[in-house]
Design a protein around this ligand. Structure first.
Ligand code: NDP
Length: 270
């Protein structure tokens, strides 16, 4: 059983009691791919606030540098393209040599492309699948083999509503995220015996550069997304960050193989 950091609520303090905070990530080491922008940036911020040391990666050094400076001294960055699969072993080895064993992997880096299916070329399809699926598997395998040996670890995937129902013009993206949802179940089944949990978060419509690009060019799509979102608003990247902290923490220790919609009710909207 992992050690839980002591947490004293005002009520417990008044009663002289000490109890661990199951939501704390104190002392944990987390890798967040694509952590320089959007959802990844807020996952990094929320995890750092919960006490973790966070390493963010991405392809643009200036973006990562700015993000790490903004988030403070417990956030570090390494420039890395997840699509270069033969760099991933070295990436993880470097992180562990510098910061210690990785406790948490968040496979957040991803790309999208909006185009009618009949116009999508094989190259475009492969590019999306390579980033959103092949790279996710390769990095997960690298981290998981170390976690399995240590009998401890948490892996989070960032899925999408596109894996849940038929959103038009995102065929490669939907295929990649649907595959990630399948991967979560298989890996959770294989890794549980070694205390490595695997879960997904399925964000609804969250305000980031990626979604702004998709929505601003298509007001009809934006209106349709809103109409079926009972909470009547887009989500914020921090909504995903808080869910990621929960799933990575001891508070979620009996949760594995799940996909948590964080979507203002979009997935159950009529
Ligand atoms: P952003 O475009 O803001 O962020 C994507 C991040 O991934 C960037 O930091 C980018 O950095 C990084 N990235 C992309 N390709 C690579 C690569 N090859 N290697 C390393 N890093 C890479 O998008 P979001 O924050 O919106 O998306 C984050 C995740 O959330 C994605 O997986 C997306 O599919 C998912 N999602 C988003 C939703 C939304 O509404 N916004 C809804 C559902 C899911 P750089 O370009 O510097 O490499």
């Amino acid at each position: 059983m992992a050690h839980l950091e002591p947490f004293v609520s005002p009520h417990a303090q008044a009663n002289g009691q000490h109890q661990p905070n199951p939501f704390s990530l104190e002392g944990k080491i987390a890798l967040v791919t694509g952590g320089g922008t959007g959802i990844g940036l807020e996952i990094a911020r929320c995890m750092a606030t919960a006490g973790a040391t966070v390493i963010i990666t991405g392809r643009r050094e200036s973006v990562l540098q700015e993000a790490a400076t903004e988030l403070g001294e417990s956030v570090h960055y390494l420039t890395n393209d997840v699509c270069e699969l033969d760099t991933l072993e070295d990436l993880v080895a470097q992180i562990e040599a510098t910061h210690g064993p990785l406790d948490i992997l968040v496979n957040n880096a991803g790309i999208n492309m909006k185009k009618p299916a009949l116009e999508v070329t094989d190259e475009e399809f492969s590019r999306i699948i390579h980033t959103n699926l092949n790279a996710v598997f390769a990095l997960t395998r690298t981290c998981a083999s170390r976690m399995m040996e240590r009998k401890s670890g948490v892996i989070l995937m960032i899925s999408s509503m596109a894996a849940y129902y038929g959103i038009d013009r995102v065929v490669a993206y939907a295929a990649s995220k649907s595959a990630v949802e399948g991967m979560v179940k298989v890996l959770a089944s294989e890794f549980s015996k070694n205390n490595v949990r695997v879960n997904a978060i399925a964000p609804g419509f969250i305000e980031t550069d990626m979604s702004r690009t998709a929505m601003n060019s298509d007001p009809d799509r934006r209106d349709r997304a809103m109409r079926r979102t009972p909470m009547g608003k887009f989500g914020q990247p921090s909504d995903i960050g808080h869910a990621a902290v929960f799933l990575a923490s001891e508070a979620a220790r009996y949760i594995t193989g799940a996909s948590l919609p964080v979507d203002g009710g979009n997935s159950i909207g009529f």
